[in-house]
Design a protein around this ligand. Structure first.
Ligand code: PGA
Length: 222
């Protein structure tokens, strides 16, 4: 059986102190002794917290992966303000690319998204390509795609598991071996209705992951 992906997107939330509290709460996952062999948990904090999250997880022996929420489309160089794939690779294994919030607020184009995918792969970072619908391009180079309909993001109004499954099947038909996540108002109460669908390999969680205890419940229920 393939692993279920459970991804936390902490977005642009949590300063250092809040992040520390989140980690302390998340540490309780160890007491539950969950069987994690079938679960790939990926936590995506802000760039400023990648180092502290990575140190915390290794010193507390918490077996989760880390992801960045964005990456520069350029290699290292004179690009003031950008964080590049080579830098991210020191701390993280994954990177979110193409979130609708970035496409809308930061003018990310399909061309930029392709560049971000390519540079991530060059440095051995696994891209998680976020698409909002069939209109988005799915690069042949990615293995992990997250379907996040804009109306479901942060709205408390998730897509139906049936629609998400249909979309999952459609995405999978585009390339061999693609894995598909669903994102948009996922909670501990509805996560199972998505992860039990044949064409959904996991979930991407925004708002509900900001509360570490709720995120643990999502991991448990997935
Ligand atoms: P949400 O966000 O879970 O708060 O809907 C998901 C996302 O934007 O990745």
């Amino acid at each position: 059986m393939a692993k279920v992906f459970i991804v936390a997107n902490l977005k642009s939330y949590k300063n250092e102190n809040e992040a520390k509290n989140w980690l302390e709460s998340f540490k309780k996952i160890k007491e539950l002794n969950l069987d994690m062999t079938q679960k790939e948990v990926i936590i995506c904090p802000s760039f400023t917290q990648l180092f502290s999250f990575s140190s915390y997880f290794s010193s507390n022996n918490i077996k989760v992966k880390l992801g960045a929420q964005n990456v520069s489309p350029f290699d290292e160089g004179a690009f003031t303000g950008e964080v590049n794939a080579k830098q991210i690779k020191d701390f993280a294994q994954y990177v979110l690319i193409g979130h609708s919030e970035r496409r809308v607020n930061f003018g990310e184009t399909e061309d930029m998204i392709t560049k971000k995918i390519e540079i991530s792969l060059k440095y051995g970072l696994n891209p998680i390509l976020l698409i909002q619908g069939q209109e988005n391009i799915i690069s042949q180079q990615v293995g992990l795609v997250a379907y996040e309909p804009v109306s479901a993001i942060g709205s408390g109004n998730p897509d139906t598991p049936e629609n998400a499954d249909t979309m999952g099947a459609l995405i999978k038909s585009k390339a061999d071996g693609l894995q598909v996540l669903y994102g948009g108002s996922v909670t501990s109460a509805n996560v199972k209705s998505f992860t039990t669908k044949a064409n959904i390999d996991g979930v991407l969680v925004g708002g509900a992951s900001l509360d570490a205890e709720e995120f643990i419940k999502i991991i448990q229920n997935a």
